[in-house]
Design a protein around this ligand. Structure first.
Ligand code: FAD
Length: 432
């Protein structure tokens, strides 16, 4: 019999985090019920980068081969200066990289990843509902379970509730009463044929152009047939609106996109017509909080720790959360014969809070470094060029992590910043 047989788990949110948790728990035999408020399971946006920290999760769940087949394995990641187009640093994803971090680096279409997770969760016995919103949740007075009130009017009972309901989480608002923190940046995305793209065909790298108040990312998807491009820039409309206390709703609009890269290499400007223009994403994250647990209820994924996207790890953090809950519950059963959810949820919180806070804080910090201007840009370029042969110092903590190691990652304000970044500690303190 599987370790979590008979455990009733309810999940809200069928994004990557909720779907991953449904799979990780169903694989251990739990009785999983997931509620997604949207009528279909879908991921808006296009590409997603999954570093080796995320690949290890997919591998544990038996879907890494399928994900690798559906996605693309880039040979490296190249950072360039967006103003003059010069190379800054290349991170090579070779065998040494895979051995160091115990996994691959892949890029995949978001919908391919989500569909794979949903299908695998269902194949393993999870029940996934669409078009049902979790309106509210209560710990039972007995302390032995939770009740969910659903948009259907029904009450659903479970042993434990995982809130994977995203950055605008109902559960987060209830527990902490806060809102997402808008950054002044906006993202445009776009996919186009790579094979028919004379300039880019044959692309095998993730390329990031970083420049004053903007960056621009390119990488292949779907076996190299599709090109994914992301244009991110600071919105003047947002900043001007902030000054007069009236931010227009359409900050970051098309007009702003058209002039956002005027100070950058012509190459980036020539690529902008390929961006989707009917939708853009106003970037926001959440403040880090120490408490994710209330009795049998836990916040996870973006609902607990939405970061800015600069470390390309928000979805991976949600997947790590998913595996952490399932693995720790299983470990508890193996050690004690039965699961004590109150304790397991607190163990999960202890393991995950500092790591995710670090992703949030360093996400803001890297965003600042990418977008500096003037002399700071020249110093940043020097720092990046000097990291050519030792860039791994900056990412070991991120990509080398495995949730089963129970590392209880240190608080970033108390040490273990990568060498070369110590001087920036004051900046981190400001974002913490
Ligand atoms: P979500 O994906 O937001 O899912 C929440 C789900 O809950 C939604 O489907 C919603 O409809 C549903 N829901 C909400 N409320 C309720 C309710 N009350 N009841 C039922 N359902 C509800 N991460 C990476 O790892 N790699 C990257 O390269 C990367 N790039 C990014 C680039 C950009 C521009 C952005 C913005 C983000 C990027 N991220 C990346 C971050 C990543 O997209 C998110 O961290 C991740 O998708 C969060 O997943 P989630 O399941 O926690 O939340």
């Amino acid at each position: 019999q599987k370790s979590l047989h008979g455990q009733k788990i309810a999940i809200s949110g069928g994004g990557i985090g909720g779907a991953a948790a449904a799979l990780a728990l169903a694989l251990r035999g739990a009785e999983v019920t997931l509620f997604e408020r949207a009528k279909v399971f879908k991921e808006v946006g296009a590409g997603l980068q999954i570093g080796p920290h995320g690949w290890k999760m997919l591998d544990k769940w038996g879907v890494s081969q399928r994900i690798t087949d559906l996605g693309f394995q880039p040979k490296d990641m190249i950072f360039r200066d967006a103003v003059d187009g010069s190379d800054l640093v290349t991170l090579t994803f070779d065998e040494e990289f895979e051995n160091r971090y115990g996994g691959k680096y892949i890029v995949i279409h978001r919908s391919d990843l989500l569909t794979t997770l949903i299908e695998a969760a269902r194949e393993n016995g999870a029940t996934l509902h669409n078009g049902i919103k979790v309106e509210d949740t209560f710990n039972e007075e007995s302390g032995t379970g939770v009740e969910l009130s659903l948009s259907t009017g029904d009450i659903f009972k479970a042993d434990v509730f995982l809130a994977f309901d995203g950055v605008h989480s109902v559960q987060r608002a209830k527990m902490h009463g806060d809102k997402p923190v808008p950054s002044s940046y906006v993202a445009y995305r776009g996919t186009s044929s790579l094979v028919e793209d004379e300039e880019m065909k044959g692309l095998k790298s993730v390329i990031g152009y970083i420049g004053p108040h903007c960056h621009f990312i390119q990488y292949p998807l779907r076996g190299g047939n599709l090109l994914n491009q992301v244009a991110v820039f600071e919105s003047k409309r947002y900043l001007d609106g902030l000054k007069i206390g009236n931010v227009p709703e359409d900050w970051g609009n098309n007009e702003e996109l058209d002039s956002a890269y005027d100070h950058c290499t012509d190459f980036i400007q020539s690529r902008l017509p390929l961006m989707w223009r009917d939708k853009w994403w106003q970037m926001a994250d959440l403040e880090a909080v120490d408490t994710w647990v209330n009795g049998r209820i836990i916040l996870l994924g973006d609902a607990a720790h939405a970061p800015l996207q600069y470390l390309a790890s928000g979805a991976v953090m949600a997947m790590e959360d998913a595996e952490c809950v399932a693995q720790y519950a299983e470990d508890f059963v193996r050690a004690h014969g039965a699961v004590d959810w109150d304790r397991v949820l607190l163990e999960v919180e202890t393991e995950r809070v500092n790591r995710c806070r670090r992703v949030q804080n360093l996400g803001r910090f890297w965003g600042e470094i990418w977008h500096v201007d003037g002399a700071a840009r020249l110093l940043r370029n020097e720092l990046f060029r000097n990291a050519e042969n030792n860039w791994y110092r900056y990412v070991d903590w991120l990509w080398g992590y495995d949730v089963t190691d129970r590392t209880y990652v240190q608080d970033p304000s108390k040490g273990d910043l990568p060498e070369g970044l110590e001087d920036y500690r004051y900046a981190l303190a400001g974002t913490g």
